[in-house]
Structures are given as C-alpha cells and as structure tokens.
Design a protein around this ligand. Structure first.
Ligand code: ADP
Ligand code: MG
Length: 255
C-alpha cells in the first residue's frame, strides 16, 4: 500500500441541524496508511464528521468517497462492511456479555454479508464458530485483553473497556478505523498503552482517523492533522505546524 494514495475523500460536506451548520463545507482527504488527526474545540463538529463518514448522518450536501467510490447515501452497516469501522465517544459495549463475546458480535457483523454462504455451509458452521472464537481471542490479545476474555464487559476498568471497543471495531477487518476520543478519561499509563496499540494498528496497514483532545497524543501519533472550529476547517498539515498556527491557538483559547 503506497502512502500518498487517497483512501477517503470527503468534499464540501455540509451538515445542517435546523439552523445550525455543524459542518460547513468541510473537505477531508485521508491518505492510506496514515494516522489522520481531527481536532478542534468542543462542539466544533468532529463527532458529526465521524457520523457522516460512517453513514449515521446523511450529509445535507457534499460527497464522501471511500476507495474511490461514493458512500454517502449508503447505510451505516453497508459502510461498515465496505471497510470503515469506528468506536464512539461514549463507550458502547454489551455490558453483560463477556469481552470475548463483544468481539464476536463485531465478527458476526463482518460476516453478515455472507449469511447465505453460512446457510449453505451448515455442516461447517460449528467449525466456523470455533474459528470466530479463535479470531476474537487473537484480537483481544492484540489489544492486551486476552487475560480478561471471560470477564463481563461492565466489570472491566474503564481503560480496558475502551481497548475492548477497539478490538471489536478491528473485528470488522477495516481498512479505515475511526477513533472518537479514545484517550478521554484515561489515566497516563492507560494513554501510553493506547498510543502503542494505535501505532501497532497502523503497522498492520489500517488507516486511522483520530479525534483527540490530548495534544501530546496528537503530536506523537498523527501524520496529518485537520482542525475544525464552528464546523469549518481552519487549518491542516503536519502536527507541529498546526499546533503553532495562530488560528488554531485562537480557536482553542477563545473556546
Ligand atoms: P465535537 O465532537 O467537535 O465536540 P459535535 O460534532 O458533537 O462536536 O457537535 C457539533 C455541533 O453539532 C454541536 O453544536 C452539536 O450540539 C450539534 N449537533 C450534533 N449532533 C446533533 C444532532 N443530532 N442534532 C442537533 N444538533 C447536533
Ligand atoms: Mg465529539
């Protein structure tokens, strides 16, 4: 996968809620193999952008192309199956299910397109289920949660729950992973662990869009950063340049 190649290309995205332009003509071009930061003050439109990219919101205007194909107008599960996975700003796990089962739900979603295939291969179904458990366990291992595979998600410490969400998103085998404030509420050691995992994710070839408030996380991880303020993109580029950008400083101080 050559970098420099566009994986996701959003053009002139407008997202209007009544009179509010949560996103106002935003362009976002994400290169394959990169970690692309999306930052900005509270309420600047970051989560809204993720909701547009994942088909939860239908943009009022503008287009989103993934791998060269327009995806706006497709359902969120169609978009997920085309290779875009995400986590949410607020943890959304099945609390009474085990960590392993939470990842298996993600796997099930990934195979939904193959239901007919599953039905046609019923004798192989049990084998498939065992393979799923093995794959789910491998994903838990990848994020350092193999030892709590059998624990109910609700009993895991908050930092572990955030990692479990990432494992579940990876179960989709995405080409693009969207992380909405994964470090929010984490302790410093948990953040360090998260950083290492996100780097590992990039090494596997998955492209990442990272919404993040912690500037140190953004600085150490991101190849490119886009900055939103009141629904508009006010700056973009390498993290160091963006951090020194006057408009950006003003947006954060003013916010
Ligand atoms: P951020 O993630 O950058 O903090 P959001 O994308 O969540 O910001 O929100 C951007 C703006 O859009 C906010 O003013 C928010 O209140 C508004 N907004 C987001 N979603 C909706 C919605 N479903 N209906 C109405 N307003 C919304
Ligand atoms: Mg948000």
């Amino acid at each position: 996968a050559g970098s420099g190649e566009t994986l996701l290309d959003a053009k002139q995205v407008l997202m209007q809620f009544g009179g509010l332009k949560a996103l106002n003509q935003v362009d976002l071009n994400v290169k394959r193999g990169t970690i692309h930061g999306l930052i900005g003050p509270n309420g600047s439109g970051k989560s809204t952008m993720m909701n547009v990219l994942t088909g939860i919101y239908m943009p009022t205007a503008g287009t989103v192309a993934f791998k060269g194909r327009e995806v706006n107008g497709r359902s969120s599960s169609q978009i997920a199956l085309s290779g875009i996975a995400r986590t949410f700003q607020n943890v959304q796990l099945f609390g009474e299910m085990t960590a392993l089962q939470n990842v298996q739900v993600g796997l099930h979603h990934a195979y939904k397109s193959n239901l007919l295939q599953v039905a046609l291969s019923l004798p192989g179904f049990k084998r498939e289920r065992r393979a799923n458990a093995a794959r789910a366990l491998a994903l838990l291992e990848f994020v350092g949660l193999a030892d709590v595979a059998g624990e109910e998600a609700r009993n895991l410490p908050y930092g572990r729950q955030r990692l479990l969400e990432i494992a579940r998103a990876l179960a989709l085998d995405p080409e693009l992973l969207l992380l909405d404030e994964p470090a929010a509420g984490l302790t410093a050691p948990d953040i360090a662990e998260l950083l290492a995992i996100i780097k590992k994710i990039r090494e596997t070839g998955v492209t990442v869009i990272l919404i993040e408030h912690h500037m140190d996380v953004v600085m150490s991880l991101c190849d490119t950063v886009s900055v939103l303020d009141f629904g508009q993109k006010i700056a973009e580029g390498e993290p160091a340049a963006v951090q020194a950008n006057e408009k950006v400083i003003e947006a954060y101080l003013g916010g």
